[in-house]
Design a protein around this ligand. Structure first.
Ligand code: G1P
Length: 307
């Protein structure tokens, strides 16, 4: 077997892994930070401007060249499957009305990618959720999208940025961003060696460290490309932060065997798993919406003028 490690300080070599064809979307969480909105509505189905949060991630995957999507769902998340499925009755109604514009919209959502679903029966953690997708992903590298994080890379989708790093180095790649020190305990945090512009080799990582114990302020954001070796490592991973099987702990085990790179992506992340991040996403993406944008700007000016 070819070595999958980069010697310290050396430029990464091309490894043995093939193209990324599948994107995994863990969507089985309860969304407790968004209660009461998420009591009966999955957090991934909350609307940002005119589409549910998860659709932004699926659109990013498709724009990055990934056409096979695997979503990990749970009890009460059926609306996720309905959203990406054909809706014959609604199509019928729109056809009768001659509403071609909306017909195109709903048919587009149902045909944008090949969707599969796997259920996580027990909330055992993000690492456990990813492990459940192994039979659908197979023995090949895959992308992970945490749907709470809407990533706006403009013309260059964040996953496409990671894919370019992957295509060059053929090893796992994680999207990272520098965060204020006082926020590190919300994230997986990295110890790194910088090997290029916005590119680092990960030396160690810790999930939700205390502020004083964080190895840096370089935090994991919700996009990953992982080699299939991660499945072996997740099988060995025991519960960590919050008593859950953490993806970060699985990737930490991977570090002993393979190079894992961190890419400081270019773009804006909206944390739609928090109330303020979700509101910010609606306002900023509303302002940038091609049709609604000018009216949103007027509306905000009017509201601010009154306050
Ligand atoms: C998850 C990951 C964490 C990452 C974060 C980014 O945490 O476990 O490493 O930094 O997403 O959004 P969660 O937000 O699910 O607690």
């Amino acid at each position: 077997m070819t070595t999958r490690h980069l010697p310290t300080g050396a430029a990464p070599e091309t490894g043995t892994f093939g193209p990324v064809r599948t994107a995994v979307f863990p969507a089985a969480g309860f969304g407790t930070r968004m209660l009461p909105a998420t009591k009966s509505v999955p957090k991934e189905m909350l609307t940002v401007v005119d589409r549910p949060v998860i659709q932004y991630g699926v659109e990013e995957a498709v724009a990055s060249g990934i056409g096979k999507i695997v979503v990990i769902t749970a009890a009460g998340k059926g609306s996720l499957e309905d959203h990406f499925d054909a809706s014959r009755e609604l199509e019928h109604v729109l056809e009768r009305k001659g509403d071609e514009a909306n017909l195109a919209v709903i048919r587009g959502v149902a045909s944008m990618a090949s969707m599969s679903y796997v259920r996580q029966a027990h909330a055992l953690g993000l690492g456990h959720a990813v492990l459940l997708t192994e039979p659908l992903v197979g023995h090949e590298p895959f992308a992970v999208f945490l749907p709470d994080d809407i990533m706006d890379g403009g013309d260059d989708p964040v996953m496409a940025q990671l894919m370019r790093v992957y295509d060059e180095h053929r090893c796992s790649v994680i999207a990272v961003e520098r965060v204020p020190r006082e926020h590190v305990s919300r994230y997986g945090v990295l110890a790194v060696e910088t090997i290029g512009p916005r590119l680092h080799r990960i030396k160690d990582m810790v999930e939700k460290p205390a502020v004083g114990a964080a190895p840096s302020n370089l935090a994991i954001m919700g996009r990953y490309i992982l080699t299939p070796t991660i499945f072996e490592k997740l099988r060995e991973t025991t519960p960590g932060a919050g008593g859950e099987i953490q993806l970060t702990d699985g990737i930490r085990r991977l570090l002993a065997e393979e190079t894992v790179l961190a890419c400081e992506y270019v773009g804006t992340r909206y944390d739609c798993g928090s109330k303020l991040g979700y509101l910010r996403a609606n306002v900023e993406m509303g302002l940038r919406h091609p049709v609604l944008g000018p009216s949103v700007r007027e509306l905000l000016a009017e509201i601010l003028g009154r306050s």
